[in-house]
Design a protein around this ligand. Structure first.
Ligand code: HPA
Length: 239
């Protein structure tokens, strides 16, 4: 049975908590994915799981080979990709810890593509069907999520200046370093894509906060259970 859904996880989750059936190395025309791919079992369904920062969290955001990650999942025949990631909040009312299923993204700084040798232009956006399924999954577990909001992707690896965050907060609600790249590439290969974001800090200057990356990482690990539970439940019942 082929996996229907690909899951890419970030700083919080190094394992999904599902039974691992096999782990395979993949090679793509774009190089190797960030980690071995785990084929996991969730209820009667299967999913393919990649850790975007590598098994030991050694690949920084600006060095992630998103094309290899997405292409490897595509080669396994997935129809959906769900991106789990850590974000900072750009709004005081999105108070960490929280979970956001964003409705759109802004990513003008890094635009990844598979279309280097042909002229083709997708119109980017998340899959409403997948977003709704993730919401259903959260509701059925009695978990509160923010359903909506705009994700802004920065290049990283540094966090942002206060002035940058002041600017971004006028146009977006959460800030992270990956979703735009993964979403665009998935869509280019005809794969439905949605993101589920763990809000682990206020971005620089929001509510007077000065974020620290080690602190964010600790919080991301502590907060991962909720996003993982929503995704696992999605895999079992809603995909
Ligand atoms: N900025 C960018 N990326 C992030 C942040 C942040 O504050 N928190 C988690 N990922």
């Amino acid at each position: 049975m082929r996996p229907k859904t690909g899951i890419i996880s970030g700083s919080g989750a190094y394992e999904l908590g599902a039974n691992v059936l096999e782990e395979c190395e993949a090679e793509t025309p774009y190089g190797r994915p960030s980690s071995k791919i785990q084929i996991v079992e969730a209820g009667k369904n299967r999913a393919a799981f990649i850790r975007r920062h590598g098994p030991e969290h050694t690949i920084p955001p600006h060095r992630i080979n998103h094309r290899a990650n997405i292409y490897a999942l595509h080669s396994l025949g997935v129809e959906n990709i769900i991106s789990i990631g850590s974000v900072g909040s750009l709004k005081e009312w999105i108070k960490p810890p929280a979970v956001v299923i964003p409705e759109d993204y802004i990513s003008p700084f890094r635009v990844d593509t598979f279309f280097d040798d042909r002229v083709e232009h997708i119109t980017p956006g998340f899959s409403e069907e997948l977003r709704n399924s993730l919401k259903e999954s959260a509701l059925s577990l009695d978990m509160e999520v923010h359903f909506g909001g705009v994700y802004l992707q920065t290049l990283g690896p540094r966090l942002e200046t206060k002035a940058e965050i002041r600017m971004y907060s006028r146009f977006a609600d959460i800030v992270g370093m990956t979703v735009g790249s993964e979403g665009t590439l998935s869509q280019e290969l005809g794969i439905k894509f949605a993101a589920i974001c763990s809000v682990d800090n206020y971005a620089h200057g929001i509510g007077g906060v000065i974020p620290d990356f080690q602190e964010i990482l600790k919080r991301a690990k502590a907060n991962q259970e909720k996003t993982k539970a929503i995704v696992l439940n999605f895999l079992e019942k809603y995909q």
